[in-house]
Each structure stands twice: as structure tokens, then as C-alpha cells.
Ligand binder design. Structure first.
Ligand code: AMP
Ligand code: MG
Length: 406
């Protein structure tokens, strides 16, 4: 049986980025840039006022103070978005608003708080001003030709704003991978349907769709296949247009576990069919017509953990991302952990930050059907096979959500 690291390497080595497409800027949020962007515009595009005040000639304010103000004639009111051909001459001022272009002749802006308006169209300047005060110069933030985005960078809200500010309406990015999602099991009923004897609720479709979405990929739901090879196969064929096929359940050694048989019949090339981990040992991975095919175990926790550990990094790599793994920290165990020495254990944990470092405790019972253990977890302890672990030992923990700081 292969180990966790080998399995992850096999998965990631099979992944190619999706093709590059051009999208309207807003749709690129969270995706990865597939082009370098140099600014074709200056920011700001023209010299403009950083304050509401008066655009004047600095020399006209020489020696001005509260006691000996300089009095200037106000010749115009200039709001943002307007331009004037009037020139500020000696002894003149233009009332100017933040963002309005600096008029010809003016070389400084006196903020309104340092002035006193007179009723007869004049203004008193209460402080001497040097040149260029309160003026934002054209191109001082970004010059024409300046690189603002490198291929491979993720589009964050700030990057989106930056691209908008230099006039980009579209951007080339790696397309969101499409993920076809299939639950399998005769026992499954959906929320909202009656729960007949022997039936259980389908929750894996929900977690798999949610996990797919949160990665930035696009889920396509194939519903629930019954436990026959034919039904599983037919449902999978509906996912032909996807980049990734995800199934849950039916990969173990039960009499009705037909997923591997269905994969086989479709011609899936298996890369592995078991991994030495707990939970998630029966995980299946293969390739089919250029798609990745994951057969996740049916137990709700196994399916979530395996998505987190194998599917998520694969989707991120398909989206062109370089950082594929969650942050890994070291934490001190707060209790003993029992484990099977033959397998690596992925134990759901609650991580806390103390003054002397991180502490981690388990979320309680770790049965792979106990979805509450996943709900309560903010970390997954990566406990290597072989060794037993006791309270006080240091362990590696993957942070699946960062601990909040309040
Ligand atoms: P299996 O591997 O198909 O035998 O499934 C293992 C366990 O997971 C069984 O108890 C199933 O009932 C349960 N299970 C399988 N699929 C789902 C699902 N979609 N939602 C919730 N539980 C499931
Ligand atoms: Mg089943």
C-alpha cells in the first residue's frame, strides 16, 4: 500500500493547469492571472488636489499667517471631474475640491481649514505654503509601463481594484475546473425526503459540492447512483464534460461496492486504489480521458478529509496556483492519541494559540462517520505511522481554518 506522500505526489504529477480564458474583471476574483499586466495609464492621470481648498500660487502666500493673512480673489469654483482653461494669475485663487485637476498657474493647494472666506469673492490665506503642497502628481502612484500584475498571482480584491484603476475591463486567467460529483448508495435519501427504515441522509454530496466551491472550482452535481455497476457507470458518463470526477462511497470491500468495477468498465487507468492512512484507506485515484477520477470513501469524515488532502491541492494546481497546501504548524498534544501503527492518522483537532506556542486537542471521538468531528476542527493532525503519541508530544498540524484572533 502506498503512503500519503506518494499518493499526493501521484495526484499532483497528474495535474495540468486548465486552459487560459479571458473573463470580465469581476469574474476573475480568486482566480490566477495567466498574463502579465503593465499599466497603459498613469495614476493619477493628471496633477490633482489632495484636499478641498484653494489652488493658488505659492509665492502669493509668502509670509502669510493668522495675524497677517494674504488676501486673494476667488475666480472660479472647480469640482472633481471638471477641467478649466482659466489660469490662476497673481493675487488669484480657484476654489478646488479633492480630485479636481490643478489649474494652470497654480502650484500649491491651501486646505480649506487654513483659509477664511470673505463674502465679496475673496479668501484669506492664514499660512504660508511651499510649492506642490497637497498636490498629487500625475503618475506618482503608477507610471505608464509599470508592472502591476505577474502571471501566476491570485486575483485579490486589491488586485482587482488596481486593474480597474488602470482601465482593464478583462483579464486572462486559468479557467475554473469543472468537478462532476456523484454520491453512491442504495441507502441514501436527500434532506427534505422522508427517512424510511434503513435509510440515511445523503450529506457527502453537500460537503463535496461545498468544498469544491470554496476552492474556486465549479461543481456539477450528478445526483445519487444506486449500488449497481451499471447505474454508477451511467451516472459517471453524465460527467463527461468535467475536468474532475468525484464519487463517494462504494470503494470498499462490501458486497455492493461497485464503484471500482464501474471505473474499470469505463476504462479508468487506476493510479492507486488504497493509501496507508486513516481515515480514507480505500481512496481510489485514476485518469480517464484526460480527467482526474477520485473515488472517495463513503464515510462522511473520510470523504471530507480526502477531499481536503488530495482533491483540493489538485484543484488549486489546475487553477494555476503554486501554494497548494494548508499552513503546517507544530503544536503540543493535550492528550494521548491511540492509533494503528500501520497507518498515518489524520486526526481532527482543535488548535489554540497560547503564549508559548500552539496547543492541539482532538475533537473527541474520531469515528469516520462522525461529521461533528470535522465541524469542530480547525486543524488536521498529521500523525506519522509507527510511533504512538502521548500528551505533551509535539505534532504537526495542518490548519484548515486559521485560528481567529479577537
Ligand atoms: P460505503 O463505502 O459505500 O460502504 O459507505 C460507507 C459509509 O458511509 C456507510 O455507512 C454509508 O451509508 C455512508 N455513506 C455513503 N455515502 C454517503 C453519503 N453520500 N452521505 C452520507 N453517508 C454516506
Ligand atoms: Mg455504499
Amino acid at each position: 500500500m502506498i503512503c500519503f506522500d506518494e499518493a499526493l505526489k501521484i495526484v499532483l504529477d497528474s495535474v495540468q493547469p486548465t486552459e487560459r480564458i479571458e473573463l470580465p474583471l469581476l469574474n476573475a476574483l480568486g482566480l490566477v492571472a495567466a498574463e502579465e499586466v503593465e499599466s497603459a495609464e498613469r495614476i493619477p492621470p493628471f496633477d490633482n488636489s489632495a484636499m478641498d481648498g484653494y489652488a493658488v500660487r505659492a509665492q502669493d502666500t509668502a509670509g502669510a499667517s493668522k495675524d497677517r493673512p494674504a488676501e486673494l480673489k476667488v475666480i472660479l469654483n472647480l469640482p472633481a471631474g471638471k477641467h478649466t482653461d482659466r489660469t490662476v494669475g497673481p493675487g488669484e485663487a480657484i476654489r478646488i475640491m479633492t480630485g479636481a485637476p490643478i489649474p494652470a498657474g497654480a502650484d500649491t493647494v491651501v486646505q480649506v481649514e487654513l483659509t477664511e472666506r470673505l463674502s465679496d469673492g475673496a479668501v484669506k490665506i492664514l499660512q504660508e505654503h511651499e510649492k506642490n503642497k497637497n498636490i498629487r502628481m500625475a503618475g506618482e502612484d503608477i507610471f505608464i509601463g509599470q508592472k502591476v500584475l505577474t502571471a501566476g498571482e491570485e486575483i485579490t480584491p486589491a488586485k482587482l481594484g488596481l486593474l480597474a484603476s488602470i482601465g482593464r475591463a478583462n483579464l486572462r486567467v486559468y479557467r475554473r475546473p469543472r468537478v462532476a460529483i456523484l454520491a453512491t448508495g442504495d441507502e441514501l435519501v436527500n434532506p427534505g425526503e422522508p427517512l424510511a427504515p434503513g435509510k440515511i441522509r445523503n450529506s457527502n454530496s453537500y460537503t463535496m459540492i461545498a468544498q469544491t466551491r470554496i476552492c474556486g472550482a465549479e461543481p456539477a452535481y450528478l445526483g445519487i447512483a444506486r449500488d449497481t455497476k451499471e447505474d454508477v457507470r451511467d451516472h459517471i458518463q453524465d460527467g463527461m464534460s468535467a475536468d474532475v470526477i468525484l464519487t463517494s462511497g462504494g470503494v470498499s470491500v462490501g458486497d455492493y461496492d461497485y464503484v471500482k468495477d464501474a471505473f474499470q468498465e469505463l476504462g479508468v487507468e487506476f493510479r492507486f486504489t488504497k493509501v496507508a492512512i486513516k481515515p480514507g484507506m480505500p481512496t481510489v485515484f485514476g485518469l480517464w480521458r484526460g480527467k482526474l477520477v477520485f473515488g472517495l470513501p463513503g464515510n462522511p469524515v473520510s470523504s471530507m478529509v480526502i477531499f481536503e488532502e488530495f482533491v483540493r491541492p489538485a484543484l488549486l494546481k489546475m487553477m494555476g496556483k503554486c501554494k497548494l497546501r494548508r499552513p503546517l504548524i507544530e503544536a503540543v498534544l493535550e492528550g494521548d492519541v491511540k492509533k494503528n501503527p500501520e497507518r498515518m492518522h489524520l486526526v481532527r483537532g482543535i488548535v489554540r494559540r497560547e503564549a508559548d506556542g500552539y496547543r492541539v486537542s482532538t475533537t473527541g471521538p474520531q469515528g469516520s462517520g462522525i461529521l461533528l468531528s470535522m465541524d469542530h476542527a480547525n486543524g488536521i493532525m498529521m500523525l506519522p505511522k509507527g510511533i504512538q503519541l502521548k500528551k505533551g508530544d509535539r505534532v504537526k498540524v495542518q490548519l484548515i481554518t486559521l485560528p481567529e484572533v479577537d
